[in-house]
Design a protein around this ligand. Structure first.
Ligand code: DGL
Length: 272
């Protein structure tokens, strides 16, 4: 089967559990699609890595997903979307890549927010990917790196005092919390969105990234006639580069106990 066959799986990747928030939304919207997920747990957090390292990891993962017949690749990681999207498109020009930044910026463009906040990893915020795209879309854009959050979530601290203290330390009474809308610019953050909502101003809308991104993906597949013609639920296969209990726990919480989850080592070539 080639890589643009409608029956092929939707390839999805992230550094770890964050992309599961996107995979879950994709599953809810397109239950008949097969999903092939890669969590690069060996290298997380991506947010602390250099753009070159993120490109190298993303490249190896894309090769793996394509070898397994992915019909498109959803980069379910903002750090990789910000730093590796163009690199991947150049390296694999025939492949449909979807990043998690553009669909959310398109959503904001349709709204009339006077101010938009964005929080994300250091790799995402320092790439200026959101700031550049939102320039002219909203009068005020406030961006803040919140580096501890992804590692905290990956460790399973999504509730309780630890999560609350760290979120408050970053967002309590910060400018970003007073904006009209807040972009969770890291796919891990929807796992703590309720806690974030409790801390930001009441009028601040937390944008539903996973829902928007899943809808965008469906539109792209439909436009290219790549939706699977299947009348039964699609399969879900997951791979991680390092088996971690927290990944296994969250993956089965989202997708059930009989999940097909395997460890897979990839060759991470230096960038040519
Ligand atoms: N979930 C990822 C993101 O959206 C990566 C978090 C990390 O590994 O630092 O940026």
């Amino acid at each position: 089967m080639s890589n643009n066959h409608p029956q092929g799986p939707i390839g999805i990747f992230d550094s770890g559990v964050g992309g599961l928030t996107i995979a879950r939304a994709v599953r809810a919207l397109m239950p008949y699609e097969d999903i092939l997920y890669f969590g690069d747990t060996l290298h997380l957090p991506y947010g602390e890595k250099s753009p070159d390292a993120i490109r190298r990891y993303s490249d190896a993962i894309a090769r793996f997903l394509l070898k397994n017949e992915a019909k498109c690749i959803l980069i379910a990681c903002n750090s990789a979307s910000a730093n590796a999207f163009h690199h991947l498109k150049n390296n694999f020009p025939e492949v449909l890549f979807i990043n998690v930044i553009d669909p959310v910026v398109d959503y904001v463009r349709q709204k009339d927010y006077a101010s938009v906040g964005v929080i994300g990893t250091k790799a995402t915020i320092s790439s200026n990917a959101y700031q550049k795209r939102l320039n002219g879309v909203s009068k005020q854009v406030i961006a803040k790196a919140t580096p501890l959050l992804a590692a905290m979530i990956e460790e399973g601290f999504t509730d309780g005092d630890v999560a609350e203290s760290v979120i408050t330390a970053y967002l309590g009474n910060d400018h970003v919390s007073h904006s009209d809308a807040l972009i969770l610019g890291c796919t891990h953050y929807p796992l703590i969105s309720e806690k974030i909502q409790n801390i930001v101003d009441d009028h601040c809308e937390i944008i539903d990234g996973p829902g928007i991104i899943a809808t965008f993906t469906k539109d792209q597949l439909e436009a290219r006639k790549l939706m699977a013609a299947r009348q039964k639920p699609g399969t879900i296969r997951m791979y991680v580069s390092d088996h971690t209990p927290s990944f296994a726990r969250l993956a089965s919480l989202f997708f059930g106990d009989n999940l097909d989850l395997k460890e897979q080592n990839l060759a991470y070539d230096p960038l040519g």
